[in-house]
Design a protein around this ligand. Structure first.
Ligand SMILES: [Zn+2]
Length: 338
């Protein structure tokens, strides 16, 4: 009987210790602010060229890239180029982590054009969709929400006729590339585009890389062009899109938000790699003759260790562009429709 009491006490103490440990672990993951505090803290950074109330839909990116390719060449330029750097799950308050960096792509690019509040998850109360990876990148690439492209959550395949800016640019004869280590993009979401591009002989490359580092080196190879280098069109695409995933992984592992050191570090690494890519572009031997559009954005935010819902922690996103973006009613409501 006595032995049993001791055993019960031991179990109780072990359970209490386990609960304390779990509570400590959860501390870094819990959302520590309410939405209003979050918005006011983000706006108080003073780095945005629009307000949260005037946020642009993330679909605007498709429009900006198409307008870039369709507009006349500036004087002295002979070719249009565009690169869209995607940082997955880089919450808007994560921008605070790069403000002190000398090698921040976001700061560098937004200093030339602007930094803007954007939103994911569809239009609130109208056509909301999951603030998840597949539907959010799909909205940016196709210029419409799920009611246009058919993807309102992960695990879904896009409608072929909702063309991405990559397909549209490739149809003009320019080489384009899509590089990612998130397998679902190439295995599921964009599979119809990949097959159609092969069948139709479009100059489009879709590459699944093993991890972000491999993606990084692939993109550096695309953009590097030292004097005397002879590159084919496929080796030197005119429109480049890629994603870094480790920011999202850090959020899922140990929590989205700047109270999590691993998340802070992931934001900084992604953005310093982005900076290296942009500096490699500027060092191109043909750079003086090229008109580059550079866009950096994220697909969604996050809260605690997940995303997909409609909280502002998840819906609020951002966009850095090396050319100014107009905050007009047309742009604030832009979305392609069927
Ligand atoms: Zn994502």
């Amino acid at each position: 009987m006595k032995k049993k009491n001791i055993l019960q006490k031991c179990i109780a103490v072990a359970m209490a210790l386990l609960l304390c440990f779990c509570a400590l672990c959860a501390c870094g993951k819990q959302e520590i602010k309410d939405e209003d505090t979050y918005i006011s803290e983000v706006e108080s950074l003073g780095i945005f060229d629009n307000s949260v109330a005037d946020a642009l839909p993330q679909t605007i990116i498709h429009k900006l890239i198409m307008e870039h390719f369709e507009s006349p060449l500036p004087e002295g330029k002979t070719v249009k180029k565009a690169i869209f750097l995607g940082y997955d799950g880089f919450r808007v308050d994560g921008l605070e982590n790069v403000l002190h960096m000398d090698d921040s792509a976001i700061l560098y690019v937004s200093g030339q054009g602007g930094l803007y509040h954007t939103f994911s998850g569809g239009v609130a109360g109208v056509n909301e969709q999951a603030t998840s990876t597949a539907p959010s990148w799909m909205a940016m690439l196709t210029g419409g929400w799920a009611d246009y492209n058919g993807v309102d959550n992960n695990g879904q395949t896009k409608d072929l006729d909702a063309e991405t800016f990559l397909t549209k640019v490739a149809k003009t004869g320019r080489a384009v590339s899509f590089t990612t280590s998130w397998r679902e993009h190439t295995a599921v979401s964009y599979q119809p585009d990949i097959i159609a591009s092969i069948e139709n002989g479009l100059p489009a490359q879709y590459t699944h890389q093993i991890d972000d580092e491999a993606t990084y080196y692939q993109v550096l190879r695309y953009v590097a062009k030292p004097a005397g280098a002879q590159k084919t069109a496929a080796e030197d695409p005119d429109a480049i899109f890629f994603t870094f995933e480790h920011t999202d992984h850090a959020g899922h592992d140990t929590g989205f938000g700047n109270q999590n050191e691993a998340y802070v570090e992931a934001c900084q690494t992604a953005d310093s790699w982005g900076y290296e890519i942009i500096k490699t572009i500027e060092a191109r031997s043909t750079y003086p003759q090229e008109d580059w559009l550079i866009i950096i954005s994220t697909d969604h935010g996050g809260t605690e260790t997940s995303h997909g819902g409609q909280t502002l922690f998840e819906r609020m996103t951002w966009l850095a562009c090396n050319k100014p973006v107009e905050i007009t009613e047309e742009n604030k409501t832009f979305a392609l429709k069927k």
